[in-house]
Design a protein around this ligand. Structure first.
Ligand code: URA
Ligand code: CA
Length: 433
């Protein structure tokens, strides 16, 4: 086989077979095929697309390019959740203990964050003592006994995707539905999930700004999941503003605790119940979404969801008493209000800009080497649809430095205010089965 012929075949709109796709992905992973040929190949896909069979074969080839996690020693159906990217996305912190409380095994391999706020591990490390340095055996034992554990990333998962994603980033080929869908799905599948629940974001703060595009991506991923024998469902949810109120590591842990107690922000709570219901059904612990939702609401009410969070924290060295007394979490020295400059209604809060503001405070990493400040971040006091009077606080900045002028400017830039009344945005647009 010659790579040049395969590029030409794709360029001319023909379908590649499994052997051809394997040849490309294996060759690229090993370094036998150069970046320039893969660049041309990615561009050919960008223009010609891929059939369902090609997408499945590409995903499978990327899964097989590196290590695959074996979760077979964990009892039950392992359901993983993936969000296509939000700012201050506290859902994982809530969903893990929430679904574990109704016996759905949560075996989460997580990373540290880059940009915006931290990743799930960074957030959890805001709990004094909590750590993810556990052995694979310990990880499996904890999931079997407590139904939930989080471990740091180990092994070499989907090296083909790492290489290809970096190449796409510099060759204007990131925004191709078949390439995005296979990239995301290959990582979930290699991480060992039996079933996958996807939260595809749409709106100004999302990767997929338009609903039609988000829907196409969601369908593509659901089809790939089914094509490789992993039951997959997707919802499409709003990202025209950050979810919940908290953006920042300790602040989000506090928000997760509130939500597990049934006292969290309305949008975060609803999204967690929706995604959680799908996870419970995918794990075959309930036969309908309504039944699953009732189970989740029950464990929030009777305290089992919060109890599950505490058990999980203690098992990994964390001080579980933060759940009863969140004042034990890291706290910033300064709380600075950002006053509204005019009367009106909030029409938009660009999530990405709020994420950048939180990063400037130190809540996220500008580079892989940066240190994170777990205490700092932003609490939103006004959300889209809220009325506002001049002087009202839009957000509270939690900072360890007194000079927050730059952060304030970014906050002002992210908020839009209009004179006429605005409805709160729809939270969940669609569910894709
Ligand atoms: N996120 C991914 O993991 N892959 C893509 O291709 C795009 C977004
Ligand atoms: Ca949040």
């Amino acid at each position: 086989m010659r790579m040049v012929d395969l590029i030409e075949k794709k360029r001319n709109g023909h379908e590649l077979n499994k052997a051809e796709i394997d040849f490309i992905i294996e060759g690229y992973t090993k370094g036998d095929l150069p970046d320039y040929q893969l660049s041309a190949f990615a561009m050919a896909i960008y223009f010609q697309g891929m059939t369902q069979e090609e997408r499945v074969n590409l995903t499978q080839a990327m899964v097989e390019s590196g290590d695959q996690i074996d979760l077979s020693k964990i009892e039950g159906i392992k359901v993983d959740k993936h969000s296509t990217g939000g700012v201050g996305d506290t859902t994982t912190l809530v969903l893990g203990p929430l679904v574990a409380a109704v016996d759905v095994p949560v075996a989460k391999m997580s990373g540290r964050g880059l940009g915006h706020t931290g990743g799930t591990i960074d957030k959890l490390e805001a709990v004094p003592g909590f750590h993810v340095e556990i052995t694979n055996e310990e990880f499996i034992r904890l999931v079997n006994t407590n139904k939930i554990a989080v471990i740091g990333q180990s092994g070499d998962l989907t090296p083909a995707d790492k290489k290809l994603y970096a190449l796409r980033d510099v060759t204007a080929t990131v925004d191709s539905i078949p390439l995005i869908a296979s990239s995301i799905m290959s990582k979930k599948i290699a991480a060992g999930a039996d079933a996958i629940c996807l939260d595809v974001k749409t709106g100004n703060g999302a990767f997929m700004k338009k609903l039609e595009d988000a829907e196409e991506l969601a369908k593509a991923m659901v089809e790939i999941g089914k094509g490789v024998g992993r039951n997959t469902k997707a919802i499409i949810s709003d990202m025209s503003q950050p979810l919940g109120f908290a953006v920042g590591n300790a602040l989000e842990v506090k928000e997760a605790i509130d939500t597990l107690k049934g006292e969290g922000p309305e949008d975060l709570t609803e999204l967690c119940l929706t995604l959680g219901s799908h996870m419970v059904v995918l794990a075959e612990k309930a036969s309908s979404l309504d039944e699953a939702r009732a189970m989740l609401q029950e464990v929030i009410k009777n305290g089992k969801a919060l109890e599950s969070f505490k058990t999980f924290l203690s098992a990994q060295g964390g001080d579980a008493s933060v759940a009863d007394d969140p004042s034990k979490l890291p706290d910033a020295a300064h709380k600075i209000e950002v006053p509204a400059k005019e009367d009106g209604y909030i029409s938009e809060i660009v999530a990405e800009k709020i994420g950048v503001a939180a990063m400037k405070l130190g809540a996220g990493r500008a580079t892989k080497e940066s240190e994170i400040d777990l205490a700092v971040g932003i609490m939103l006091n006004k959300k889209v649809g809220d009325s506002v009077k001049k002087g009202d606080s839009l957000v509270t900045i939690h900072s360890n430095s007194e000079d927050v002028q730059e952060v304030m400017d970014i906050v002002y830039d992210s908020y839009s205010t209009v004179a006429e009344k605005v409805e709160a945005p729809t939270l969940i647009y669609k569910e894709i089965h």
